[in-house]
Design a protein around this ligand. Sequence first.
Ligand code: GLC
Length: 563
Amino acid sequence: MTQTIPSTDERIDREWWKEAVVYQIYPRSFNDSDGDGVGDIPGITERVDYLDALGVDVVWLCPVYDSPNHDNGYDIRDYRAILDEFGDMADWERLRDELHDRDMKIIMDLVVNHTSNEHEWFQRSRREEGEYADYYHWVEGSPDEPPNNWESLFGGPAWSYDEERGAWYLHVFNENQPDLNWRNPDVREAVKSVVTWWLDRGIDGFRMDAISHLSKPEGYPNGDPDEDGPLGSEHYTLGPRLGEYLDELGEVIPEESMTAGEMGGASAEDAREYIERGDCLDMVFHFDHLGVDQGGDWTGDDWGEWSLPEFKELMTRNQREVARRTWEALFLGNHDHPRIVSRFGHDDYREKSAKLVGTFLLTMRGTPYLYQGQEIGMTNTEFDALGEIDDAMTVGIVEELLADGAVDSFDEVREAVNYRSRDHARTPMQWAAQDGADFTEGEPWLAVNDNYTRINVEDAVDDTDSVWHHYRRLVELRGDDPALVYGDYDLLAPDDEQIYAFTRTLGDDRRLVVLNWSAEPAVFESAELAAADATVMIGNYDDAPTAPLGAEFRPFEAVVYEY
Ligand code: GLC
């Protein structure tokens, strides 16, 4: 670790992963070393010095396992093999070593709510071979009538009929992602042995995919149409035995490993409960705050509107309920969400607002996660037809809406798709202003965003005023400052519609973060903060006001003070 935080304050429960900044890599879209248009592991290794220069401490590698790729690697065929397109185990080992040699850690994505339907376990299960027969959720019955009314998170029914076995199987995601039956102790043992296998290969922890869906109730009761979300999701989310399963998984995860569980459908309070209950999860990705601008369903037209006071309330609840009492995963986007600057920033102030968002994420309490491209302010793209989209979720949901007659054409959901599609985040990393954005010398698997000539790493690294350099400075600042990592968070001016301001306090060390989250000038007024002179630690404009109280902040101005 490059961090220099002294271990003096007794109230600090120090952990390496609390002091770390994580960089998430979506391998398919990061860097292609062999010209086939698909990113790969040697491509990532080529860029390890780039990550080191940015100063991040941990790489979260999205799935690189063998997979038929219906959900870009989140449908695993073999947990102990690397996808051919990405390289082989020797390539992976080299990447691990290059990261470790630079004091960076590596965490792997653990996808164990489901496997691919091409996984050997599923193949044997559908043939009812010995112990495998009960590895998945099978229910016998007429091929015309699914066992219950549950809907999948990716659109359509959550059950598919398997002709070979003559029974229905459950999939809360795609039909090619059958859910493992965690009620079966053999399944739990098999998963634990996958976990141990990877830990033995020297990894530093896991991001645990879809962990909130592991437990399903006995008897598969019907979903209640009055509940939010897809029918039945109240039963297959945070199910009755989830805590028990996590405890069991925790038994094989060493104390010093880092674990972050993805818990769709969990509130801040749920997240805290599962972190606090045992040794499995250090932190949780929960998503309340990302609902702030989501409008209704995909057929609605109220996308993208959000209010800063509401956002502050949501983030502050996360800070109060989770970050203060346990620990928080800080993020505003990942491979499943649109680009952060397009969503929470402003097109006319792309650089300023990208720096503002970075300032925000790197000064809250919790472990910040940066998603590839965020550090140069990469933006959303534009999709004109369903055929341009690869994302299994968007395609599944839109096809269902078309099949049900809820919409007659793609145009009717174009706005929602362009607002929400996961493919915005999956367009290739923009390394340089040359063909293929220097991501590939071939034909990229997903079109490069046209703005690569303007927004790319090479230019950003050359320009000391760029978004990239701002992120680099923020990472460095946080790494040297215990108050920014461990300090208490207190919100100021909760109702202000333009300013998001908060303090971080650790003993006598006090930091004030003032963000003008708007395209108009704004005056910072706070009843909670006494007038104090302040020293600017970092800002995204020249000459930030040194007496922040009552001062005017420029559009998307973001300043961190010591006071
Ligand atoms: C998680 C992943 C997402 C994937 C899903 C199913 O939500 O982040 O990309 O599609 O799980 O594995």
